[in-house]
Design a protein around this ligand. Structure first.
Ligand SMILES: Cc1cc2nc3c(=O)[nH]c(=O)nc-3n(C[C@H](O)[C@H](O)[C@H](O)COP(=O)(O)OP(=O)(O)OC[C@H]3O[C@@H](n4cnc5c(N)ncnc54)[C@H](O)[C@@H]3O)c2cc1C
Length: 416
């Protein structure tokens, strides 16, 4: 069923009884040409592009919970392409370009809001780093704007400009960045994949990977064995666990990241703002809640909930940047499990095992990558060749000595 203004009007006159389910609930078949493990944003996008762009017909996505129950439905919805390093910037810009046409492509409202992101800086060295990043963006053809303190003061008078320790000196603006409704992204890709014949199998946990003579033959699941030609792993925070089923030891650690939302307020913050003296980021949802988060909790875990010490730290950062926040009530907090890579950058790669492909290492920034990740992973699985935008994201970069250390934090996943 195609969504349109006409369909809305028609359904309104029919008491909204004619809407059909957005996707089918098929039983798993005995064999698929391609199986994707993980019904998060990346797995669903991969299946969608495999079917739509690369003409692969017999595809299943296996999800242990319900579609979108992982990080794709837990993130703070920020979409941007303001990266520094050549391994990352073209990839994320490719992603942003896909975002810009995604709603028409999917025939689904993912509520993309290009309200702009402003990264604040608070000292000279920080300013120089932001100028460098802005210049690197321009070199890739991506517009960036340096804002001085006076301009920012007019735009966002509620910020704490004269904090004794962290005075705000300025900010770097990417106007095309913004937010998208995270659940809608999962639902839009799921519906799109289903329309192209992909079987979306929910409540089907992969518990083993069967290999014969070093070649992947299929997966053991909570609903029995399912054979496949090719297998793509897009399990985000559970990547190490799933990888281990095929004997892969991966440069990934799983860490917890929390997010928060306040009670609804009248429109007050019209950009995404990030704090340069810490790692705090905030935006306002369409319902009026302030959505914010900060660093990962700092220890390895598979629990989808965080600890109170981090809650306190996040609140301190928030109030340091916006003192008025202290008068707003926090409504909810939640957490997701991050697949932190050793250089803070993602992996889209074949593996040493025939027919086994890997998509992981998104750290706390994989939502914005969803369309490009799906497209590039589908390209790799279908054609056996790396997509040019993802050419630096191979797994063997760690062996070859080509990490993409975007944050300059070294091989310390908990620092990225
Ligand atoms: C609090 C928080 C804030 C974030 N903020 C941002 C942000 O503002 N911007 C941004 O770009 N990124 C952000 N991220 C990161 C982003 O959400 C993730 O990098 C991205 O969603 C990961 O890819 P995914 O959507 O495929 O993951 P997921 O949605 O986690 O999908 C993986 C799926 O695999 C399934 N799975 C795992 N093991 C198995 C198995 N054995 N069998 C079957 N299925 C399995 C899981 O159930 C899950 O549904 C944030 C993340 C969190 C938690």
């Amino acid at each position: 069923m195609r969504y349109s203004a006409l369909a809305l009007i028609k359904q309104a006159f029919q008491g909204n009884r004619g809407w059909t389910p957005a996707w089918r609930e098929p039983q798993p078949k005995a064999h698929y040409d391609v199986i994707i493990v993980g019904g998060g944003g990346h797995g669903l996008a991969t299946a969608y592009y495999l079917a739509k762009e690369f003409g692969v017909k017999n595809i299943a996505v296996l999800e242990k919970g319900y579609l979108g129950s992982g990080n794709v439905g837990r993130n703070t919805t920020i979409v941007r392409s303001n990266y520094l390093l050549p391994g990352n910037e073209p990839f994320y810009e490719f992603s942003l370009k896909l975002w810009e046409g995604l709603e028409q492509d999917l025939n689904y409202n993912v509520m993309l809001s290009q309200r702009g992101i402003i990264n604040l800086f608070h000292n000279d060295a920080d300013r120089d780093a932001h100028i460098r990043r802005g210049n690197a963006m321009w070199m890739e053809g991506v517009p960036a704007e340096l804002l001085d303190r006076e301009t920012l003061k007019k735009m966002m008078p509620f910020l704490n400009f004269d904090h004794a320790r962290f005075p705000i000196m300025g900010g770097l603006l990417q106007k095309r960045a913004g937010t998208a409704r995270h659940d809608a992204v999962a639902w839009g890709f799921a519906r799109g994949a289903d329309r192209h014949g992909v079987d979306l199998i929910q409540h089907c946990e992969v518990t083993g990977i069967r290999r014969e003579n070093g070649v992947v033959m299929g997966v053991e699941t909570s609903r029995g064995f399912i054979g496949c030609g090719k297998l793509g792993l897009a399990a985000a925070g559970n990547t190490s666990v799933v990888g281990q089923m095929a004997g892969l030891k991966l440069p990934i650690e799983s860490h917890v990241l929390q997010a928060f939302v306040t009670e609804g307020l009248k429109p007050c913050i019209d950009h995404v703002i990030t704090y340069g003296a810490g790692h705090f980021y905030i935006s306002q949802s369409d319902k009026g809640g302030l959505v914010f988060g900060a660093e990962i909790d700092g220890y390895s875990s598979y629990a989808q909930r965080g600890n109170l010490a981090t809650v306190e730290h996040v609140m301190e950062e928030g109030v340091t940047m916006i003192p008025g926040l202290s008068r707003v009530r926090v409504l909810r907090s939640w957490a997701g499990v991050m697949d932190m890579s050793m250089d803070g950058s993602p992996i889209i790669s074949r593996t040493d095992i025939d027919n086994l492909y890997l998509n992981c290492g998104w750290c706390y920034g994989g939502f914005k990558a969803t369309p490009a990740s799906g497209f590039c992973f589908a390209h790799l699985i279908a054609k056996g060749e790396t997509h040019p935008a993802a050419r630096f994201l191979r797994l063997d970069r760690f062996e070859r000595g080509y990490p993409i250390d975007e944050h300059g934090a070294g091989p310390q996943p908990n620092l990225h």
